[in-house]
Design a protein around this ligand. Structure first.
Ligand code: G3P
Length: 247
C-alpha cells in the first residue's frame, strides 16, 4: 500500500498487544468534524489522524462542499491521515464520490471510508487495487472484518458502544474480529468509544487503531494526579529564587 500506510509489519510472531509493534505502530484517531474541538487536541504526537462521517459533519454544521476545506485544515494541524466517507449506496456512486474526495490530496493522506455493505466491498476493492487506503466502516459482524482483511483494507471499523447498546458483547465480538484480522494488513479502527475503561480494554485486545471523541482525549492525556504533582514541582522549583541557598 502506498505512502503513509506502507509501514505495515505482519507481526505474525507476536501475540496480543505486542502485535502493535514499532514497525506497525498503533494509530489513535480523533472522531470529530468540529474544528474548534479538534483544535483543542491537535497538533499532538500521539494522534495519527482524524475520522469523520456524514453524521459528525452534520453535527458540526460542515456541508459536503466545505468538507475538503475542513480536511485540508486538519492536515495542516498535524493529522497524518484524515478519513472521509462516501455518500452513496451504489458502487458507481461510491467510486465517483471517492474520486471527488481524493482529488485535492496527496497519495495516502485521505482514507476513504465505505460502509461494509455488499456494494461497499465491491467499490472498496477497486480503490484498494489502485493503492487507495480504505476503511470499511459500520462493521457489526466478524465476517465483515474478515472480508475487509481479505480485500486488503487499511482499516475495518466496528462500533464498540453501539454494539453494546444493541445487546451484543461488544468487546467479545471485537476480540473475535481482532483474531480474524491479525497477521493481515488490516487494522481494526474501533469507534463509538465512550470511556477510558473501554479504550484500555481495547488496547488489551491488541487492536491496531482506535478513534475517540475529543472530550475523551483530555481524560486520557490530563491525569489530575500528574497535574497536581507538576504544580507541586513547579512551586518547589521556586525555592532559592531569593538567593537563600544552603550551598
Ligand atoms: O463515528 C461513529 C461513532 O464513533 C459514534 O459514536 O458514541 O455516537 O455511538 P456514538
Amino acid at each position: 500500500m502506498a505512502g503513509l500506510v506502507a509501514d505495515y509489519d505482519s507481526g505474525d510472531h507476536l501475540q496480543g498487544p505486542a502485535r502493535v509493534s514499532r514497525m506497525n505502530p498503533f494509530h489513535l484517531y480523533l472522531d470529530s468534524a468540529d474544528l474548534s474541538e479538534i483544535r483543542s487536541c491537535l497538533p499532538h504526537p500521539v494522534v495519527h489522524g482524524v475520522t469523520t462521517n456524514p453524521t459528525l459533519l452534520k453535527r458540526a454544521g460542515v456541508t459536503r462542499a466545505a468538507l475538503p476545506g475542513l480536511l485540508t485544515q486538519l492536515l495542516k494541524l498535524g493529522a497524518k491521515q484524515v478519513q472521509a466517507q462516501v455518500q452513496a449506496a451504489d458502487v458507481d456512486g461510491m467510486l465517483a464520490d471517492a474520486e471527488a474526495l481524493l482529488k485535492p490530496f496527496d497519495s495516502g493522506q485521505l482514507v476513504v471510508k465505505i460502509p461494509a455493505t455488499r456494494a461497499g466491498f465491491q467499490a472498496g476493492a477497486q480503490l484498494i487495487a489502485r493503492g487507495v487506503p480504505v476503511t470499511y466502516t459500520a462493521v457489526y459482524a466478524a465476517e465483515q472484518a474478515h472480508f475487509a482483511a481479505q480485500l486488503g483494507a487499511a482499516y475495518a471499523a466496528p462500533y464498540l458502544g453501539r454494539l453494546d447498546d444493541s445487546g451484543v458483547d461488544g468487546l467479545g465480538l471485537i476480540a473475535q474480529m481482532q483474531s480474524l484480522v491479525a497477521g493481515s494488513a488490516t487494522r481494526l479502527l474501533v469507534a463509538s468509544i465512550r470511556s477510558r475503561e473501554a479504550y484500555l480494554a481495547l488496547l488489551g485486545l491488541g487492536v491496531g487503531s482506535i478513534t475517540i471523541p475529543p472530550r475523551l482525549f483530555a481524560e486520557l492525556l490530563d491525569h489530575e494526579a500528574t497535574l497536581a504533582a507538576e504544580r507541586g514541582f513547579l512551586a518547589d522549583a521556586n525555592f532559592g529564587a531569593a538567593g537563600d541557598s544552603k550551598l
